[in-house]
Design a protein around this ligand. Structure first.
Ligand SMILES: [Zn+2]
Ligand SMILES: [Zn+2]
Length: 259
């Protein structure tokens, strides 16, 4: 039994009539829990609606750094109201993306800080997206006291030094399909070393499909391949990896597919 700790199942990411088919394929791979992630207010509403269809799906609601230019106090207030729902397990994805810079950096900074405060107000953990801004991400998490709620560094793609600091702040490391890519030696090193009670696996579907589907649209069932790769790196069985990542998600957010 595996859980996909971060996937996109709504709106522009996946057509509505494909959701059930996609989830059925995932179940056939032993994947029975899904954290569906919203990337702006409208998408977050769709994600929350999706949680009503099955208990296998829980939500992470927030405004992605790409969408930070749309952040406002009104958006924050609406998000706070939506996120009170018990099916909402995480706030985000939020963070910094200085690789694509699709929103001005000051606005990414503002939206990120505001969502950390929102997560703290709700007592819910964060879902962090960080790309090409490792030091600044850690600085903001520290300054805003994110340690009070912790969360997930989703699609972990940093090095061991970053991992150590994130772990110290109470964060879990979620490994994606990138872990299976040829050039990802630094990430594999962290996947092999990280404490067993702080690791997760995810797809970030429809992006970043793992080998052997690299370059194809990703889907939650493919988390199996990442899980197998991480298990092999750690010298443990895929079954043990599945058990510990499911237990870790439950420890972090209070939910597992069976609970
Ligand atoms: Zn992301
Ligand atoms: Zn994502």
């Amino acid at each position: 039994m595996l859980v996909d700790a971060h996937c996109h199942l709504t709106g522009t990411y996946l057509a509505e009539d494909q959701v059930e088919i996609t989830l059925a394929r995932a179940r056939s791979q032993g994947v029975t829990g899904f954290i569906a992630v919203g990337t702006d207010l409208e998408d977050s509403r769709k994600v929350l609606a999706l949680t009503r269809s099955t208990r296998e799906i829980q939500a992470s609601l927030g405004v992605h750094p790409h969408e930070a230019k749309g952040w406002s106090p009104e958006v924050g207030a609406a998000l706070l109201e939506l996120a009170q729902d018990s099916a909402v397990r995480f706030i985000g994805e939020t963070g910094l993306d200085w690789h694509y810079d699709l929103s001005p950096r000051e606005e990414q900074d503002m939206a990120f800080r505001a969502q950390i405060q929102l997560a703290k107000a709700l007592g819910k953990p964060l879902m962090i997206h960080t790309r090409s801004a490792p030091a600044e991400t850690l600085k903001i998490l520290t300054e805003e006291g994110a340690e009070a709620v912790g969360g997930i560094i989703h699609c972990f793609s940093e090095d061991r030094a970053f991992a150590e600091q994130a772990l110290n702040l109470g964060f879990y490391l979620s490994f994606s399909g990138i872990t299976t890519f040829k050039k990802a030696e630094a990430i594999r090193e962290v996947a092999a070393w990280a404490p067993e009670d702080r690791i997760l696996v995810e797809t970030d579907a429809p992006f970043l499909a793992p080998v052997p589907y690299r370059g194809k649209p990703n889907e939650p069932g493919f988390v199996r391949f990442t899980a197998e790769a991480v298990a092999a790196l750690r010298g443990i069985t895929p079954a043990r990896l599945a058990t510990c990542t499911t237990r870790n998600l439950e420890a972090l957010c209070g939910w597992a597919p069976s609970s």
